[in-house]
Structures are given as structure tokens and as C-alpha cells.
Design a protein around this ligand. Structure first.
Ligand code: PLP
Length: 456
């Protein structure tokens, strides 16, 4: 058997590709009850093509909240090719570095919120969160408080799939059957202002602060290393906190010597209309995790941004014994720099807000549909929450309902949106056109208008 006959994919039809996929690929978050395969083979702007030749609007940013600059950008391909032919890799371990990683560190320093000055580069979001958790514990340990090991996180927060980040993640199915998980992780309530009835009917922030203070009292401030949270919860259903939430959380944490980690893997680089969402919400984090929009997904890369004070401590004494082979990868750094150039030159941070305005106007009729409880638009990020009834706000939690809606939007209208629990999410490339936003909204509204209270 020749090697080429063992790799029949080049000439395979869409159906054959789907069959080969089922046979050979294990997908991240693969579910046994889903047998469809949507094989994407090409992209340009906010449009992608599948193996059968269908042209689809990508209203999801590569299906994963990224693709800030849109698909198919030659500038990024050229940056990668140029760097590969100059220096494809050299380690960043120990004393070694490369010019592109240094340039990226400088650039991130210029863009990041005040007080956040250094970067530890990683290969993605989970690595960045893992690094943040380790750094928080190491920081306290080195400063003579080794009992500070607990991490506060929130139900429905998404932070990754490795053991630390996966335990901080607020979805139990990711921790089931794979234990023991990371010890000393406490989950608090999410911020979900639409369901203010969940917080005892009073002020949402007051209730959440009381819960946080209660947890600190119970665990003991001297045992807690850090709290981690997304400034705007993304995978949990697109929830914007009340304006006073993060400033008050910050105040409680500071009073108790607890670090704050802003997980900006989704919200960073324009997704919600700013370079760093935490900077607009009075969060004042000690560390920020980034990935996704850093390279628009053209190449895997993430990072952990931290204050000078934390960097000084974690690299002190014997040093920082943590790091990944591909940390500061020169090709990834070159692509990230070219990506940041495009975001800056094309004004994509501001455009994110314009995209949000287009969504707000085109999705306005969705608010009147009986099964739509809430439509949330934060920059170029949208969450449409499905409910059994507008009066009771009971979430339409049967996962297959939102999945069925997303399936129908794709199959019948050639538009890709993504289901998360009872929420339909849109997070398109920031270069998406107004016509594509309108098409996405109209397709989603058409499918939602057929939905009954029983989810059928
Ligand atoms: N943090 C947040 C907020 C995320 O949404 C994700 C992934 O979606 C991660 C961390 C994990 O990133 P990765 O999948 O690159 O490991």
C-alpha cells in the first residue's frame, strides 16, 4: 500500500470526508447522539464553504468566538511564511528568546490595561488559565502564605479543558468521570441579570457580593489564592454584569488579599468592543488570560498577562518552573503581530460596536417571539435566550431545542449560529458585512418563529 492510497481525502467527496471523519477523528466535545459532520474547507471574510460547495455565513467566528479579522487574510499567511523561512522555531526556555516574541510582549504591554505589564506566552486558552492558577498559588507561596491555594470560580464560567482550567470551569459534565479533579476550587453563582429572581428578588450585585463574602468567611481569606471570571460570561450564555459588580468584587478581594484573574480569552481583542473588556468594567485584574482573538485563530497562541509585582515574585528565588514547548513560538508571534496590525489599521475595535448595532436593530423583532426571553448584544457578541414562557422565564433547557434551532438555521438558510444550553450565540468575525448580519438575524428569527412552548 502506498502512502497516498492510505490518505484518500484529497479527492474525497463531501460524503466520503464525513465518513472518514467519523472513522478516524475524535472531536473535542464530541457527543454520541450527534452524527452530522459539517466539513469546512475554505473561508473568506465572514463566509465559509463546506466540502459540498455550500456557501455559509459564519456568524460564530470560526465556531469558537474568534476570527476577529475574518477568514482568508493573505497578510497573515504571508507573515507566517516569512517567519517560517527566517526562523521557524527556537525555544523560549531558560535564557533563550526570539525577536518576534519580544516584539509581541512589547505590543501587548502597550495595549493592556494599566498595571498589567508582562506576558507569559502559551499555546491557547486552557494553558493560559492553567498558568494563571499556578502563578496565583506560587505568588502567595513565595510571599510566605502557602495555605492560599483555593480558587474561586463561577458556575457556567468556561475556562478550558485541562485539569486546573477544567475544574475552574462551571460545567459539571466536564468534571464527571475524570476525577479526582483539582482540589480546592469553589464555585459561586454566575451573573445572570435577566434571571434576577434567582438572587432572592433583591439587587443582583448585593446578593452576589454577600455570597462572595460568605464563601471567603467559610473558606478563610488566608486560604484563598485567587478568583477567576470572564468580564462578560461567554460560553455560559453571554451575560453582562451590572456596572457595579466587578468594582465591588475587586474591593472585596483586595480587602482579603485575594488575586483577581480576568479570563479574556473570548472578550479580548475587540469581541465586546474594546481591546480588553476588563478595562471598561472597573475590574482592575492582577492577571489576564488571552488567546483566540490574539491571532484570530490563524495559529494557536495564548498568553497570561500579569502585573510587574506578580512577575517579580513568580520568577524570584529558584525561578518559574513552568512553561510549554511552543511558548513564544516565533511563527505564532509573527501572526499575532500581523493580526494586531489589521485590528488597529481597520478600526475593528470600533467596528465591533457597529456590528452590535446592526444586530440590535435586525434582531429587534425576535424580542416579540413567545419563546425568546432575552436578546443580549455586547459588541459583536449576541445571546438569544430561549424560555418556555416569557412570564415564568423558565429556561428552555432541553439542549436539543437550541441545537435544533441552530441546525435548522444552517440547513435551511446556510447561516451558522451556535447553541449553548438554552442560548443561541452569535460571535462573527468583526469584518462581517451589514447584509450578512441581517441575513443571520432574519434566518434565526424565521426558525425561532416556528418554535412552540414544548420546544417543537
Ligand atoms: N477561557 C474562555 C473564556 C474560553 O471561552 C475558552 C475556550 O472557549 C478557554 C478559556 C479555553 O481556551 P482553549 O480552548 O484555547 O484552551
Amino acid at each position: 500500500m502506498t502512502i497516498s492510497s492510505a490518505l484518500p481525502t484529497q479527492s474525497a467527496s463531501a460524503t466520503e470526508l464525513a465518513g472518514l471523519d467519523r472513522r478516524f477523528l475524535v472531536h473535542p466535545h464530541q457527543r454520541m447522539d450527534r452524527n452530522d459532520r459539517v466539513v469546512i474547507v475554505r473561508g473568506e471574510g465572514a463566509t465559509v464553504w463546506d466540502a459540498a460547495g455550500n456557501e455559509l455565513v459564519d456568524a460564530t467566528g470560526g465556531g469558537n468566538w474568534l476570527s476577529q479579522v475574518g477568514h482568508g487574510r493573505r497578510e497573515l499567511a504571508e507573515a507566517a511564511a516569512e517567519q517560517i523561512s527566517t526562523l521557524e522555531y527556537y525555544t523560549g526556555f531558560f535564557d533563550y528568546s526570539n525577536d518576534k516574541a519580544i516584539e509581541l510582549a512589547y505590543r501587548l504591554n502597550q495595549l493592556s490595561p494599566e498595571g498589567i505589564d508582562r506576558v507569559f506566552l502559551t499555546s491557547g486558552g486552557s494553558d493560559s488559565v492553567e498558568s494563571a492558577i499556578k502563578s496565583a498559588r506560587l505568588y502567595h507561596n513565595r510571599r510566605g502564605e502557602p495555605n492560599r491555594t483555593w480558587i474561586l470560580a463561577r458556575h457556567f464560567g468556561y475556562h478550558g479543558a485541562s485539569y486546573g482550567s477544567g475544574t475552574a470551569t462551571g460545567f459539571e459534565m466536564m468534571q464527571t468521570y475524570v476525577g479526582p479533579n483539582l482540589p480546592n476550587v469553589e464555585k459561586l453563582s454566575p451573573v445572570w441579570p435577566y434571571h434576577h429572581e434567582m438572587y432572592g428578588g433583591g439587587d443582583v450585585t448585593d446578593a452576589l457580593i454577600a455570597e462572595l463574602e460568605g464563601a471567603i468567611e467559610r473558606i478563610g481569606a488566608g486560604n484563598i489564592a485567587a478568583m477567576i471570571g470572564e468580564p462578560v460570561m461567554a460560553g455560559g450564555g453571554v451575560h453582562e454584569p451590572p456596572a457595579d459588580y466587578w468594582p465591588r468584587v475587586r474591593e472585596v478581594l483586595s480587602r482579603n488579599g485575594i488575586l483577581l484573574i480576568a479570563d479574556e480569552v473570548v472578550t479580548g481583542f475587540g469581541r465586546t468592543g474594546s481591546w480588553f473588556d476588563s478595562a471598561t468594567r472597573g475590574m482592575k485584574p492582577d492577571m489576564i488570560t488571552i488567546a483566540k482573538g490574539l491571532t484570530s485563530g490563524y495559529i494557536p497562541m495564548g498568553g497570561l498577562l500579569m502585573s510587574d509585582a506578580i512577575a517579580e515574585v513568580v520568577t524570584s528565588n529558584e525561578g518559574f518552573f513552568h512553561g510549554y514547548t511552543y511558548a513564544g513560538h516565533p511563527v505564532a508571534a509573527a501572526v499575532a503581530l500581523a493580526n494586531l496590525d489589521i485590528i488597529e489599521k481597520e478600526g475593528l475595535i470600533g467596528r465591533s460596536l457597529t456590528v452590535g448595532d446592526w444586530f440590535k436593530s435586525s434582531l429587534a423583532p425576535a424580542r416579540d417571539l413567545p419563546q425568546v426571553g432575552d436578546v443580549r448584544v455586547i459588541g459583536a457578541t449576541v445571546g438569544i435566550e430561549l424560555v418556555v414562557s416569557k412570564q415564568t422565564k423558565e429556561p428552555m433547557m432541553i439542549p436539543i431545542v437550541a441545537e435544533g434551532v441552530a441546525d435548522a438555521v444552517r440547513r435551511e438558510h446556510n447561516v451558522i449560529v451556535r447553541p449553548y444550553g438554552n442560548v443561541i450565540v452569535m460571535s462573527p468575525p468583526l469584518v462581517i458585512g451589514e447584509d450578512q448580519v441581517r441575513r443571520t438575524a432574519e434566518a434565526t428569527i424565521e426558525v425561532l418563529s416556528r418554535l412552540g412552548a414544548d420546544g417543537q
